[in-house]
Design a protein around this ligand. Structure first.
Ligand code: NAP
Length: 234
């Protein structure tokens, strides 16, 4: 049995990951988001609050009654505006949700993984953190920071049979993309994407399924761009 904690699992990519992984009876899943859901394996929590993050971790450990084997940091927020229009509060909010929550949860789960001499951490980044996205400078920077965390932590725990990897999606069909893009902008995204399409959430979920498997044990510290070719030019 593998104990899996997934953030951002109430919607979009995280929901697809949770749905796919819960089909495997060898997986036990605890998940989080901000909305109220009445499930024994769910704790609603705003990841900007580091005390809430600690409570989330404790609730997950109580539920599993054993250490967390797999952490999937998927929760994230996107903001599209010129840098001079970003307030300090908005900037620190994005940093907290997109980067700091992943770092805090990673630091909490790693001791149990080391004891078990097995673990998997997957961070959901963005192609914007790999190539940069104008008018989403802070968002891009938070995802680049996450990529730095992924690589350095992978090195730190490499001898403990723990892998740390990052999936960097291009535009994915989720409520985040729906909120961020008008219908015309969606067509522009399709036009500039080499494969002329959006990524589907299930494609990210399938890659997670592979990354947590024993077949992927040699893959660590990697940034995998799942972006329909967006990172290679147009
Ligand atoms: N969609 C894309 O095109 C795309 C592209 C590249 C990368 N990504 C990344 O993929 C990840 C998931 O995005 P998505 O498209 O699936 O977005 P989504 O459908 O909007 O889902 C976001 C998830 O994160 C949770 N969340 C947001 N802010 C939170 C906070 N402050 N505290 C706790 N949970 C919070 C939400 O929970 P509630 O709704 O319950 O509050 C929800 O479960 C994000 O990290 C995003 O940056 C998305």
């Amino acid at each position: 049995m593998k104990n899996i904690l997934i953030t951002g699992a109430t919607s979009g990519i995280g929901y697809a990951i949770m749905s796919l992984l819960s089909h495997n009876s060898d997986n036990d899943i605890f998940f989080t988001g901000r909305r109220k859901i009445n499930r024994v394996n769910y704790y609603p929590c705003d990841l900007v609050d580091m005390f809430e993050i600690e409570t989330l971790y404790n609730k997950a450990c109580e539920y599993f009654n054993s250490p967390i084997d797999i952490l999937i940091n998927c929760a994230g927020q996107y903001m599209y505006k010129p840098i001079e229009k970003m307030s300090f509060d908005e900037t620190s909010y994005l940093l907290d949700v997109n980067f700091k929550s992943a770092y805090i949860l990673s630091s909490l789960v790693v001791s149990g993984m080391k004891k078990n001499n097995w673990g998997r951490i997957i961070n959901i980044g963005s192609i914007s953190g790999m190539v940069g996205e104008a008018n989403a400078t802070i968002y891009s920077a938070t995802k680049s920071a996450l990529s730095g965390l992924t690589k350095a932590l992978a090195l730190e725990v490499a001898q403990n049979n723990i892998t740390v990897n990052q999936i960097n999606p291009g535009w994915v069909e989720t409520p985040l993309a729906d909120d961020a893009l008008s219908e015309d902008e969606k067509q522009e995204v399709i036009d500039v994407t080499p494969q002329k399409r959006f990524i589907k959430p299930i494609e990210v979920a399938k890659l997670c399924e592979y990354l947590i498997s024993d077949d992927a044990k040699g893959l660590t510290g990697q940034n995998i761009n799942l972006c329909a070719g967006l990172s290679i030019g147009c």
